[in-house]
Design a protein around this ligand. Structure first.
Ligand code: UDP
Length: 337
């Protein structure tokens, strides 16, 4: 029960919030992160060991299993720029699909049978019905989505073949940050809506470009389901408990069930920051479905999980404090290749 947990990508945005929660719950954690996008400073608990390296480095991964005899793996390490996955698909298939196979081989060799996987609503593609349930068809429209879906299939096959039990957690739009502002979202480049809106509010970028105003939504802009990163972290803890107690493999949507448009985010950010957000209305961004909203009921039924924060202001406010409050600049700048 108290065997250490290996968290790959634990220095990244969602990973670091999850590591913080798991460590606070007294679970021994080892983080494996190559720090290409992650930040060593995002691991704030001194009990947590950070190993800098790649998930695909079989020698390293096997030596970590031999040393720690992990009871479970929580796997975040992945690239997540959808546009880049279209222009450089092999980078995504290698990192998101192929390299984790080394992890799974080590798990099989060392008899570790619990895997919590950071999957995505991008595995659904353009939804056939809304809200999206786990029985919607999974037809991803980007190499990123396909690279994640393929790993879901691998996990299912390992389940049949050697008893791996996995939780595929399909995140909707992760947002917000820790309430105390000690860790937060810091992507370089930053492409996500909420940080960009806040950057535009402070003049860090000239303006926000809104990608499309002619969608079939009430205000013409895209609707997404923004889920607080600490609610996501909580779902990982519950998935670990479910699997550790002998529970069967699960695949669950993690969202609030509430849809928010781009224009609604801009208005909420203007109210929170007290600053106008300069906006340019541009064309649609390729590959953006009009509306992505989760039906999170299955996660409630199987894991007892639901989002605690459902109001978009609860995501934007901490993100604003993180970007422009006392913690600003906590992570040094880096330029990933
Ligand atoms: N978006 C936008 N301008 C930006 C970034 C995002 O209009 O600079 C829109 C995007 O088209 C989508 C929503 O905001 O409808 C959320 O985009 P984000 O990249 O944050 O997450 P995604 O839904 O692509 O995973």
């Amino acid at each position: 029960m108290n065997a250490p947990i290996l968290v790959t990508g634990g220095a990244g945005y969602i990973g670091s919030h999850t590591v913080r929660l798991l460590a606070a719950q007294g679970r021994p954690i080892v983080v494996l992160d190559n720090l290409v996008y992650g930040h060593a400073q995002a691991i704030i608990d001194p009990q947590v060991e950070l190993v800098v390296g790649d998930v695909g480095d079989s020698g390293l991964v096997r030596s970590l299993f031999a040393q720690h005899r992990f009871g479970a793996v929580v796997h975040f390490a992945a690239y997540a720029y959808v546009g880049e996955s279209v222009t450089n698909p092999l980078k995504y298939y290698r990192n998101n699909t192929a390299e984790p196979l080394e992890l799974l081989l080590a798990m099989q060799e060392f008899g570790c049978q619990v895997f919590v996987f950071s999957s995505t609503c991008a595995t659904y593609g353009v939804p056939d019905t809304l809200p999206i349930t786990e029985s919607n068809s999974q037809c991803p429209i980007s190499p990123y989505g396909r690279s994640k879906l393929m790993l879901e299939w691998v996990l299912a096959d390992c389940g049949h073949a050697w008893g791996l039990r996995s939780a595929c957690l399909r995140y909707f739009n992760a947002s917000g940050c820790s309430a105390d502002g000690l860790i937060g979202e810091d992507h370089d480049p930053e492409t996500h809506l909420i940080p960009r809106v806040l950057m535009a509010a402070t003049g860090a970028i000239d303006h926000l470009e809104v990608f499309g105003t002619d969608y079939p939504t009430p205000d013409g802009t895209c609707i997404r389901d923004y889920i607080h990163v600490e609610d996501l972290a909580d779902a990982h803890a519950r998935a670990l408990d479910h699997l550790a107690a002998g529970g069967a493999s699960v695949s669950c949507n993690l969202g609030t069930g509430v849809g928010v448009s781009v224009k609604e985010i801009i208005s909420a950010a203007e109210a929170i920051t007290g600053q106008p957000v300069p906006v340019h209305y541009g064309p649609r961004r390729a590959g953006d479905p009009a509306m992505l909203v989760a039906d999170p009921a299955l996660a409630m039924r199987l894991l007892g999980w639901q989002a605690v924060r459902k109001d978009i202001r609860e995501m934007i406010h901490p993100a604003w404090l993180w970007m422009h409050g006392p913690a600003h600049g906590r992570y040094p700048k880096k330029n990933p290749q």
